[in-house]
Design a protein around this ligand. Sequence first.
Ligand SMILES: Cc1ncc(COP(=O)(O)O)c(C=O)c1O
Length: 412
Amino acid sequence: MSKLALHGGPKTIGEGTNFKSSWPRKGLERALCEYTGAQFAKCVTSGTAALTSSLYAAGCGPGDEVITVAYTWVATVGSILRVNAVPIFADIDPQTLTIDVDDVKRKITPRTKAILPVDFYGHPAAIPELMEIAAKHNLLVIEDACQASTAEINGQKVGSIAHLTAFSWSGKPIYSSHGGGAYLTNDRRLYERGLLMGQHPTVIQGLAEDPDILQYASMGGTGDNTRAVGMDSAMEQLMDADARTNARIRNCEYLTEKLADVPGITPPFVRPGYKHVYHYYTCLWDPDEYGVSRDRFCAALNAEGVYAVAYINDANYQFSPESKRLQAGGPIHLRTIFQERNLYGKGCPFLCPHVENPPVYSKGDLPVSEAMAEREFCIVQPYLSPPNDERDMQLMVDAIVKIVDNIGELEG
Ligand SMILES: Cc1ncc(COP(=O)(O)O)c(C=O)c1O
């Protein structure tokens, strides 16, 4: 009987040996597939990396148009620029604050390669309708679920519905306090092509089968590094993600029930069949109801101890040529880069020779996005999540009702 394991002898380190790995990616990737129902998942360094890997996987590059929203966090749009494709903005639906499907139809051209909807504030975009449009026009749908990785549509988890889906766990309610992300897909070819965006050749070699992919693996795909490390904590949090998500939903539903009858405030809309996971709890303020601006109302709310932001304005800064400082912005199509259309100093990717019909980005293009940016206010984490419960939610309701009852103090 041979002694060497190579020749069938006993292994020195057997299957059950508990060697700790600092790269438990595979466990998390498997867990993400089990959790979402997606067939493939690749952990990467961030949600942004998950988006760029997905866009690269979808073959988006110079001259290709990708339809997305200007009502989002900048990384959605930045990832399109990163692959040198051209962002084309569709407006949003005024209720869900996610991409307007009819406007997507209007924006499709022969140059459109992909649609990149965002599950904004935790409410999934209309992915089933977008998949139908994509099938008709031979496009791919890349879902930015960075704010909604536990959301569902008609009982199906996001991550398993679109052609590609991006998750993030940097400071998100489900996976708090770590960087990291993943892209998910049911399509082996897309999965393998995404690896080329930033995985090491040894990683690609272990995961890809297609010779067309393997032949480009030798320099580490595009030479980027999007390799994920240290995902243990995200793995742990995935284990009770649904319980924590559902507790947050209960808190938010309590807020909605209590705020439903407060004049001037429209609580978040939830489309039937859609599981809104409340990355933020976003209401609309009607400035005409009391003659008080949203910003004044928010300032009063903050003073009462409820941290609320106008996300699209406050989280998306714009450079002011007058003050030479960053100031509140608005939807992304109004940013300097889209006005100048010149990312590298040579006009690319907006005006390069591959672009047949350079888009013009103007104020007034996206009336719903522009109007909602002036009306929304968002109650943010960690207020909404457990261990906070109904008593904490009631305190926030009390603060809002107190302001409305004393609105005269804010007028003028
Ligand atoms: C909608 C959206 N997309 C993409 C990202 C990018 O994720 P990350 O910060 O992990 O790169 C974020 C981050 O907050 C986001 O909110």
